[in-house]
Ligand binder design. Structure first.
Ligand code: PLP
Length: 308
C-alpha cells in the first residue's frame, strides 16, 4: 500500500491497496465534531423536529454509541436540547462525557429496560418526561435517516454513477438503504455488516427500501468480514489496522471502517475485481470511538478523532 494522493474533489482521495487504485470518500472529515454518516442520518430528522416545534431530540444508544455522540453535538449546534437513553454497562466512557459536555441529558436504563427500546408503549412512557420531544430510533435508523443518507452521493462527482462498486460498513443498514434508494449509477453498492447479521440485515434493509420509491440499484451484503462480531478485534484485524495506518494517511477504527478496508484488501487479493473496475470505499467516520481501544491507540487524546 502506498501513501494517499489527493485528487481534486474535497473529500475524495485515491489510495493504492495491493497495487490497485481505490477511491475513498472521507466522511470522517465531514461536519467537524459529528463526522461520518451521522449528519446525513440526522439532517432530515432535524427538519421534521422543527416542523413539529419540538425542542428536545431523544434517542437510544450504548455507552460507546457514535449515534448518541453525534446527536448531542448536532442538537447543541442546531439549538435543540437532547436526551440520551443509555444502556447502562457500568461504563463512564469518553463518548458519554463528550455527549454530556455538549449538553445531552443522559438517562441510564437497565439491560432489561433497554431491551424494550422497540416497544412503542415504553418509548411513549420515556418521552412523557421530556419537554416537547422528538424521538429518533437507535442508530438514527428511521425513514428520515435513510433519506438523509442518500445525500452522501451529492459529495461525489457525477453522484457516484461512474463507480462499478461502492463499499461501506453496515450496522443497522440505514446508510446502505439511503444510498441504494438514491443511487442512479451502474455500480453495485456492497454493504459490509460489522456484526453477524446473516439472518436479519437484508430483511431490515428491504423493509426500509419498501417505504421509498422503487430503486433499480444493485446492492448486496457481504457477510464475510464481520471479523467475529460487533466490536470484536481479532489479531488479524489488529495487524491490518496497524499496517494500514503505518502506510496510509487515513485513520481507521476497529468497529466499522477497518472492516470495510480489510474487506477491500482481501477481495482485491482474491482477484474479485476486474482490472478496469472502479471501486469506492466510504469512510463512515467513528474515529472518536478509537478511545475505546487504548491498547491499539495508546497515544490517543480526545482531540485526535477528527481526521488525524
Ligand atoms: C462509524 C460508523 N460507520 C458505519 C455505521 C453503520 O451505519 P448504519 O447503521 O447506517 O448501517 C455506523 C453506525 O451508525 C457508524 O457509527
Amino acid at each position: 500500500m502506498n501513501k494517499t494522493t489527493a485528487v481534486s474533489h474535497a473529500l475524495l482521495e485515491t489510495i493504492q491497496i495491493e497495487g490497485r487504485s481505490v477511491d475513498v470518500l472521507r466522511l470522517d472529515r465531514h461536519h467537524g465534531q459529528a463526522p461520518g454518516n451521522k449528519w446525513f442520518k440526522l439532517n432530515h430528522n432535524l427538519g421534521d423536529a422543527r416542523q413539529l416545534s419540538a425542542r428536545t431530540l431523544a434517542s437510544f444508544g450504548g455507552a460507546w454509541s457514535n449515534h448518541l455522540h453525534a446527536l448531542a453535538i448536532i442538537a447543541a449546534e442546531t439549538g435543540f436540547a437532547s436526551v440520551g437513553w443509555v444502556r447502562a454497562d457500568g461504563l463512564e466512557t469518553a463518548m458519554l462525557q463528550d455527549a454530556q459536555q455538549a449538553g445531552m441529558q443522559l438517562v441510564f436504563l437497565s439491560r432489561s429496560e433497554y431491551r424494550r427500546r422497540h416497544d412503542p408503549g415504553f418509548v411513549a412512557e420515556l418521552l412523557g418526561d421530556i419537554d416537547a420531544p422528538f424521538y429518533i430510533p437507535e442508530g438514527g435508523g428511521n425513514l428520515a435517516g435513510v433519506q438523509g443518507c442518500g445525500d452522501i452521493l451529492k459529495l461525489l462527482p457525477n453522484a457516484g454513477a461512474d463507480y462499478d462498486e461502492i463499499m461501506l460498513a453496515c450496522g443497522t443498514g440505514t446508510t446502505l438503504a439511503g444510498l441504494v434508494a438514491a443511487y442512479q449509477g451502474r455500480g453495485c453498492i456492497t454493504g459490509v455488516p460489522v456484526l453477524k447479521a446473516e439472518k436479519f440485515m437484508a430483511a431490515e434493509v428491504n423493509k426500509l427500501l419498501a417505504q421509498l420509491p422503487v430503486s433499480s440499484c444493485q446492492w448486496r451484503l457481504d457477510h464475510r468480514f464481520h471479523c467475529g462480531g460487533y466490536a470484536k478485534l481479532p489479531d488479524y484485524l489488529r495487524c491490518f489496522i496497524q499496517q494500514f495506518e503505518s502506510k496510509q494517511s487515513i485513520p481507521l477504527e476497529p468497529v466499522y471502517t477497518a472492516k470495510v478496508f480489510y474487506a477491500a484488501q482481501q477481495r482485491i487479493r482474491a482477484g474479485e475485481f476486474a482490472p478496469e473496475e472502479k471501486l469506492l470505499l466510504i469512510h463512515t467516520g467513528g474515529l472518536q470511538g478509537r478511545r475505546g481501544f487504548p491498547d491499539l491507540y495508546p497515544d490517543l487524546y480526545s482531540d485526535l478523532y477528527n481526521g488525524g
